[in-house]
Structure formats: C-alpha cells, structure tokens
Design a protein around this ligand. Structure first.
Ligand SMILES: Cc1ncc(COP(=O)(O)O)c(C=O)c1O
Length: 431
C-alpha cells in the first residue's frame, strides 16, 4: 500500500471510531466480544489524559483505580507518548524474532535491572505471564538444583490473585465459583496456605517445596496488608528450608505503595528470589510484564525453554524504557509517599463521619475502604460514585479499591474525596 492511500485509509478508520454512537459501541461489543467482563458504564471513553477519562457524552470521570494500577503515571504520559511517536517515525521494527538484536530491548533490559537491582529480566506480555514464568522457573530449580524427586510444590495464599491462566485459576478461593467452577482438573503441585501466617508456611513446607508465591499486599483480594516483617520472614524461611520466594508485584509495583516495590518497605533482606512485574512498567501504553531474578536462577532458562513472540518486542521495549524513565523523572515514589499520607488522613476523616465505612487501610496510594455488611454492598456504592464522576471500584463485595493515578494533582484527588464524602456522608440516610 502506498503512503498516501495508507494515510487516507488510516484517517477514515479513526473517523469511523469517532462517529460510532454510544449505544452502537455497546451493541457491537456485546454482539462480538466474549462476555467475560460486564460493563459498568455504557458511555464509551473516547479520550484519556492524566487522571481523567472523557466520555462520548461529554462527561469527565476521575479514574480512581488507575486502570487497575496500569496507569500509575496517569493516562497518556507525555514522555511515553512522545517516545512512541518518535519510535514510529524512525521506522524501527515494531516486532522482530527474538533471534535478532534490538537496541530498545537492550536499553529496557539495562534500565529495569538497574532500577530493581536484579541481574536479569525475562520480558513477557502483561501480568499473568509473570507468575506463570515464575512457577516454571521455580519448578525447574526444584528439579535441577534442589533435587526434588517427586512433584515440586508451590505454596500460595488464601484470597490471592495472580491472574486467570489455568495454573493460577485454581488459586481463587474455593467459594469463588464464578472464577473456578468448570475449569478443572487443576494442575498438580499447588497448596493453599493462610496469608500473613508464617506458621502456616512452616507447617506446609516439605522436602518437595519449590516456592512460596504471594502478593506483598493483596490487591484484588481486598487490599490485605500483611504484618510488618512478614515478607522479610518469608525470605528467612526460604533460606532456612531451601525454597524460593516469589513476590507478585504486578499490582503493588512501580511506586504504588510508596516504595518502588512493596517489599522494599521491609528493607533489602526482603528481596525475593523472583519478582513478577507488569501493569505500569509500560505506563499503560502496551501489555508488558515479566520476571526478575539473579543470574544463577535465571540461567535455568536457556534458549527454547521459555518465551513468546511479542515478549520484549521493540515497540513494547521502547514504550517500557520511556515509562521507566518517566517513573524516575516524575519522582513517582516520593509523590506516592506524600500524597498517600495526605489521602490517608482525609479518607479517615471521611470514615469517621460515615457509618457504612468500617475501616480504611492502605499503603502509599493503594487504599481499601472496607464497608460494614449491614446494607447495600460495594457494587452499589461503585455505581453511586460513578454517577458523581469517579471510578472507585468494589472488590470482594465489601471493599472499595481506591488506587488513583500517582500523578493526580491534589485538586483531582479533592474531587474524588468529594465524591466519597457525598456518597458516604451526604447520602447515608438513603442507604
Ligand atoms: C497481583 C496480580 N498478579 C497478576 C495479575 C494479572 O495481570 P494481567 O491481568 O495483566 O494478566 C494481576 C492483575 O490485576 C494482579 O493484580
């Protein structure tokens, strides 16, 4: 196709999207896309900037979940956007067989290992590929290094969330029928233990244990924050009993909790053997994720043992390289610390006046607002908040997750606090 035809055709594709009405958009999605997600709003989002989503109807919505922490840098961060434009203008390849050398992968690799302090990065596409790769690596380590003769065992926690591939689907709580029912049989070699319970780890560890896999704060499970020292002690136990520790930082990573990674709150002794990352590593511009580990461990993955066509491809690597630079330039960790402290005070002040709020818990800019169970559940409040103009979304029925973009200004955050105040204090009589 010649350049002029491509230019005109591309414009017409964008115009086609712009011309699509609200109902038409929803009807097409419902007709042609699998119904594995429900829509909270029927008003399509046509533009996103910083902390704000702009809808077809003209309504502006504050993204109080930052696209599940994929937009810690806000939507459309200018540094990533400009890097992407320049990348496309340079005619660099967007995808290459990984058997070819790519300068963007080289720069991304150097940057991510420098920032995290691990020797090696294994790139992947999106969050769930992290735990998947980590489990493979832990099993190989168990067979080849630890010398496990039977089935290597992975311990995982109650109320965890590691994504939705087959391996990790069994990890949903047994009463979560929607997530689990009809997907068995489950892969062998996994055991559920209580979260935030070191005795449960000790009681379950045996000579076949390959790894313990946990989130440093459980996000999807309701913003469950373990006791101080839990993460560090897991590492100690791992050393004592010869098993690996995997921290899934897909949601807690990239400054969300007020440190670059959540385990860092407990100091260098809490560094895991394998760390899973995703979401904001791409500034929300592309599905990027992966795992980090030291040389010795990562060397168990040789050519042919793991990989994917798009994992670490040039366009993703360029985007992620720019996003990591933006995380530093924005001093995202400091922003999360400062705004997080201020938000916690403000949220607690609202909670004191709101009979339906049982507790506010959080770290950095990752908050859970737990409701009392004597009235409508979290979904009802999510809908009320959306009417006011903020996405603050329920999880596990009784917890509202508030994880706004870390770059959101105080004025933006005041707006979200105002919505919470109106819904929980202004309207308590109605609920
Ligand atoms: C802790 C954790 N791990 C893994 C995932 C899966 O990420 P993705 O949905 O990008 O596959 C998520 C997603 O929310 C998550 O919170």
């Amino acid at each position: 196709m010649d350049a002029k035809t491509a230019h005109d055709k591309a414009r017409s594709l964008i115009e086609e999207a712009n011309a699509l009405g609200g109902d038409e958009t929803v009807n097409l999605i419902e007709s042609h896309i699998a119904h594995n997600y429900g829509l909270l709003s029927r008003d399509p989002v046509v533009k996103a900037e910083g902390a704000w989503l702009h809808c077809k109807s003209g309504k502006k919505i504050f993204d109080g979940v930052a696209a599940y922490s994929a937009a810690n840098l806000g939507h459309g961060h200018p540094l990533v956007r400009e890097a992407l434009k320049a990348f496309l203008g340079s005619h660099a390849p967007t995808v290459l067989g990984r058997f070819m050398a790519d300068p963007y992968l080289a720069l991304f690799g150097r940057k991510i290992t420098q920032m995290t302090g691990f020797d090696k990065f294994l790139p992947a596409n999106g969050g769930v590929e992290g735990p998947e790769a980590a489990i493979k690596l832990a099993r190989r380590w168990a067979h080849q290094v630890k010398g496990v003769k039977g089935t290597p065992q992975i311990l995982y926690a109650d109320r965890c969330f590691h994504g939705r591939t087959l391996t990790v689907t069994q990890m949903f709580d047994e009463d979560d029928k929607v997530a689990r029912q009809g997907f068995g049989p489950w892969p062998e070699g996994f055991k559920r233990i209580a979260y935030n319970d070191l005795a449960a780890v000790e009681a379950s560890v045996n000579e076949n244990t390959a790894a313990v896999l946990v989130e440093p704060i459980q996000g999807e499970g309701g913003i469950n924050i373990p006791d101080e020292g839990y993460l560090r002690s897991l590492i100690e136990l791992g050393k004592r009993h010869n098993f690996l520790v995997i921290f899934d930082e897909v949601q807690t990573g990239w400054a969300r909790t007020g440190e670059l990674f959540c385990w860092m709150h407990e100091g260098p002794e809490a560094r895991p053997d394998i760390m899973c990352i995703g979401k904001s590593v791409s500034g929300g511009f592309a599905p990027v994720g992966g795992i980090l580990a030291n040389d010795e461990l990562m060397s168990l993955f040789g050519p042919g043992s793991h990989g994917s066509t798009f994992g670490g491809c040039p366009i993703s690597s360029c985007i992620a390289y720019a996003a990591l630079n933006a995380i530093e330039e924005e001093k995202l960790v400091e922003q999360a610390q400062k705004k997080g402290e201020w938000l916690m005070e403000r949220l607690n002040a609202i909670a004191e006046k709101a009979p339906r709020i049982k507790e506010v818990r959080g770290k950095g800019m990752m908050f859970g607002i737990e409701l009392t169970q004597d009235g409508p559940d979290g979904h009802h409040f999510t809908e009320l908040l959306l009417e006011k103009g903020a996405i603050i979304k329920d999880t596990h029925h009784w917890v509202l997750r508030f994880t706004p973009p870390i770059v959101a200004s105080k004025e933006d955050l005041e707006f979200a606090l105002g919505c919470l105040e109106e819904v929980f204090v202004g309207q308590t009589a109605d609920t």
